[in-house]
Design a protein around this ligand. Structure first.
Ligand SMILES: [Zn+2]
Ligand SMILES: [Zn+2]
Length: 260
C-alpha cells in the first residue's frame, strides 16, 4: 500500500503546507482520511484517480479537516459512474447539515454520478469492505467547543475521532486532532501499531515523544505540523524524535509518500 500526505498543516494553510488530508492506496482503490483544502486539486496535480476512491473518513468537523468536501464531491464527476460506490464517513453530529450544504450546492448525494452514501460515524466499527476495516475511537479534541455550541441550542456535540485502519494485515492509526494530554492517545497505542499517523499541533513533542517512545509503535508519521516545526524548525523536531524514539519516523510534508 502507498500512503501519501496530500496536506500536512494545521488550522491554517502555511507557505509550505496545506490543510490535512491523507490518501491510502491499495490494489487499485483508494481511501482518504480527512479532506482539508485543496484536497481534490492536489489529487489532480499528483495524477490520483477519482475513480479509485472508495471512502473518506473525516476525523472531526473543523474546516481544516473537512473544508475540501464540496469540491471533492464535485470531482466525483471524473469517477467511474454508477458502478462506483463511495462512502463519506462523517461525525454523525453533522451528517444532515452537510447533506443540506451539498444539496444547496446542487450536489445532492442521490444525484451524483456515482453511488454516494453519507454515513454518520459514532464510536466503534464504522466501515468495512473486502480490503479495509475502520474503527472510530473518541479523540477528545472538541469537548469544550461541543458544550459551548450545545448551550447555544445547536446540535453540535463536539465529536472528534481517531481511526484505526486495518488492511493488508496491518494496523494503522490516524490520531486526528488531540487534546494536550495523552488519555485518548493512550487508547490508540494500547495495541501494537504498524504505523501511527499523529498530529503535531495540539501536543508538545517534548512531552509526547518520551512517552510515545515506550509504546508498541513500529513507525511514526507526523502530520498536521504546527508552525514552529515548519521550515528551519523541522530540524529541531527531528532532533527530538531521534532523541526519544527507537522506531523510525517521518515528518510529513505535502506529497510525502510512505510505502508499507
Ligand atoms: Zn486540525
Ligand atoms: Zn481540529
Amino acid at each position: 500500500m502507498l500512503i501519501t500526505t496530500l496536506g500536512t498543516s494545521h488550522g491554517s494553510h502555511t507557505i509550505p503546507r496545506n490543510n490535512t488530508a491523507t490518501l491510502i492506496e491499495t490494489e487499485g482503490v483508494s481511501y482518504l482520511v480527512d479532506c482539508g483544502e485543496p484536497v481534490s486539486g492536489t489529487m489532480r496535480r499528483m495524477g490520483k484517480d477519482f475513480g479509485a476512491l472508495r471512502a473518506l473518513f473525516v476525523t472531526h468537523l473543523h474546516a481544516d479537516h473537512v473544508g475540501g468536501l464540496a469540491q471533492l464531491t464535485n470531482m466525483l464527476k471524473h469517477a467511474r459512474g454508477e458502478e462506483q460506490t463511495v462512502t463519506w464517513c462523517l461525525p454523525s453530529e453533522g451528517v444532515e447539515r452537510i447533506r443540506a450544504y451539498l444539496e444547496a450546492l446542487y450536489m445532492a448525494p442521490e444525484l451524483r454520478p456515482v453511488t454516494l452514501e453519507l454515513r454518520g460515524v459514532d464510536e466503534g466499527l464504522c466501515y468495512e469492505d473486502e480490503r479495509l476495516r475502520v474503527t472510530a475511537l473518541p479523540a477528545g479534541h472538541m469537548e469544550t467547543q461541543g458544550e459551548q455550541y450545545a448551550e447555544m441550542g445547536l446540535p453540535n456535540r463536539g465529536q472528534s475521532f481517531s481511526y484505526i485502519v486495518e488492511l493488508e494485515g496491518k494496523r494503522i492509526a490516524f490520531s486526528g486532532d488531540l487534546p494536550r494530554d495523552f488519555r485518548y492517545l493512550g487508547r490508540l497505542v494500547a495495541e501494537p501499531l504498524d504505523l501511527l499517523v499523529m498530529e503535531m499541533t495540539h501536543i508538545r513533542p517534548e512531552e509526547v515523544l518520551p512517552w510515545l517512545g515506550e509504546r508498541p509503535v513500529r513507525k511514526l508519521l507526523l502530520t498536521h505540523i504546527w508552525d514552529p516545526w515548519h521550515g528551519p524548525g523541522e530540524d529541531v523536531l527531528r532532533e527530538m524524535c531521534f532523541e526519544h524514539l527507537r522506531f523510525p519516523f517521518t515528518i510529513a510534508r505535502d506529497g510525502t509518500e510512505i510505502e508499507m
